[in-house]
Design a protein around this ligand. Structure first.
Ligand code: SF4
Length: 349
C-alpha cells in the first residue's frame, strides 16, 4: 500500500511544505487567507512593448484591479526564445500532421526554439507554484484557442491553440487558464477568479502531506461552493471522499483534484446559488426571528429573479451568522470564495 502521507502530484511545484502535521485538522488553520496567488501572464498584457510590432496589449482590468491581489509571473515566450522586438509576425502552419510556428513572410520555422523555451520556462514555473495563467488571445504562441491555422500555401484551414499555451496545458492540466478577451465577460471572469483561489487552496492542501481525514475537511469546507456549480459532481466528490481511507490513496487524491477543478469550471447559475442560500439558511432558521427569516427569503427571491446581486443575500447571511454563529456554515468557502473587492458590482446574474 502506498504511503498516504505522500504528496500525490507534482503540481505543487516549489510551494513550501509544512514541517509539522500537528493540528493540521483544518487545512486552512482557521482561515482562508493563503496570501496572494501566483499568476502567470503574457507579458504584453502588462503593457510591456514586447509584441512583434514593438507594441503592447495593455489590459486595464489586469493592471488596475487584479494586480492588487496577485503575484505576477510574466513571460513573453517569443522574446524568451530570442526573437527580439520588433520581429517578423508568426503564424501556425499545418504541414502533414504537424503544426509549425513559422514567420508569416519568410516561412522560417521557429517551432523548435519556441518548444525549447517552453521547456525551460515551465521548469522555472514549477518552482514558482503557479495558481493560474492569463494568456493573450489569438497569439500563435500564447493563444489558448481560436488561433488561426494555415496551410502551407497560406490558405486558412481552421483554428488551433498557441505553442506556449499547448505546452502550459500539458504541464499543468488542472491550472485555471483564461484569455484576456474572455476576462471582459463578467461570468467568465468571476469563474476564473474563483478557480484561481480554489486551486491555490488545493495546492496548499497537497503541499501539506494530506491524509484521508484532511480530505474530509477540505471537501466539507467546499461542499456548498461545489454544489452551487454542479450538485451531481459535488455528490460524486463526496463519494470519493467517503472511500478515501481505502484503496490507492494517491489515485483517490488525483481523482478528487481533477474532479474538483472540473466541477468549478461550469458557471454557477442563479437557481443553484438560490438553492445553496436556502440550504445555508436552513441551519439558522430555527434561531432566527420570523421577520429576519422573511427578509432573508425576500432577498434570496429578489436575487433569483435577478433584481439584486448575489452579494445582497450573501451579506445578509453573513450578518446573521455574526449574531448566530454556526461553525459548519461559517467554514464554507462559498461565503467568500475570493476577495470581496474582486466581485464588486459584478454579480447581477
Ligand atoms: S502574445 Fe505572448 S508571445 Fe506575443 S507578445 Fe504577448 S507575451 Fe509575447
Amino acid at each position: 500500500m502506498k504511503n498516504p502521507n505522500r504528496n500525490p502530484t507534482n503540481e505543487t511545484g516549489g510551494q513550501p511544505r509544512q514541517t509539522t502535521r500537528s493540528g493540521l485538522g483544518d487545512p486552512f488553520r482557521g482561515g482562508l487567507d493563503l496570501g496572494k496567488p501566483n499568476l502567470g501572464i503574457s507579458l504584453c498584457l502588462l503593457g510591456e512593448k514586447v509584441r512583434f510590432n514593438g507594441g503592447h496589449c495593455h489590459n486595464h482590468f489586469v493592471t488596475s484591479v487584479m494586480a492588487r491581489y496577485v503575484n505576477w509571473i510574466p513571460v513573453c515566450p517569443e522574446m524568451g526564445a530570442g526573437l527580439g522586438t520588433p520581429r517578423e509576425a508568426l503564424r501556425l502552419v499545418k504541414r502533414e500532421k504537424e503544426v509549425h510556428l513559422e514567420e508569416s513572410r519568410t516561412g522560417i520555422d521557429r517551432t523548435v526554439v519556441l518548444h525549447a523555451f517552453c521547456e525551460t520556462f515551465l521548469n522555472f514555473l514549477s518552482n514558482k507554484n503557479p495558481h493560474g495563467f492569463i494568456l493573450k488571445r489569438k497569439s500563435p504562441s500564447c493563444g489558448m484557442e481560436r488561433v488561426p491555422l494555415y496551410r502551407e500555401d497560406g490558405h486558412r484551414i481552421g483554428v488551433s491553440e498557441g505553442v506556449f499555451a499547448q505546452n502550459l496545458r500539458k504541464r499543468f492540466p488542472l491550472i485555471p487558464i483564461e484569455e484576456d478577451g474572455r476576462l471582459n465577460d463578467t461570468n467568465l471572469r468571476e469563474n476564473f477568479i474563483e478557480r484561481i483561489y480554489a486551486y491555490q487552496r488545493w495546492s496548499f492542501f497537497l503541499a501539506n502531506d494530506p491524509t484521508p481525514a484532511d480530505l474530509v475537511v477540505f471537501h466539507r469546507r467546499h461542499k456548498m461552493q461545489l454544489t452551487a456549480h454542479q450538485p451531481a459532481v459535488a455528490k460524486e466528490l463526496g463519494r470519493i471522499v467517503g472511500a478515501a481511507g481505502t484503496g490507492d490513496w494517491q489515485k483517490r487524491v488525483d481523482a478528487y483534484g481533477e474532479m474538483f477543478m472540473h466541477c468549478l469550471e461550469q458557471h454557477a447559475a442563479t437557481g443553484k446559488h438560490a438553492n445553496v442560500l436556502y440550504h445555508l439558511l436552513g441551519f439558522l432558521k430555527d434561531r432566527m426571528q420570523g421577520e429576519d427569516k422573511r427578509e432573508m427569503i425576500h432577498h434570496i427571491e429578489q436575487y433569483r429573479r435577478r433584481h439584486t446581486p448575489l452579494s445582497v443575500p450573501l451579506a445578509l447571511l453573513n450578518h446573521h451568522l455574526r449574531r448566530l454563529p454556526h461553525p459548519w456554515v461559517q467554514g464554507q468557502t462559498y461565503l467568500q470564495p475570493y476577495p470581496a473587492d474582486l466581485r464588486m458590482g459584478q454579480l447581477l446574474r
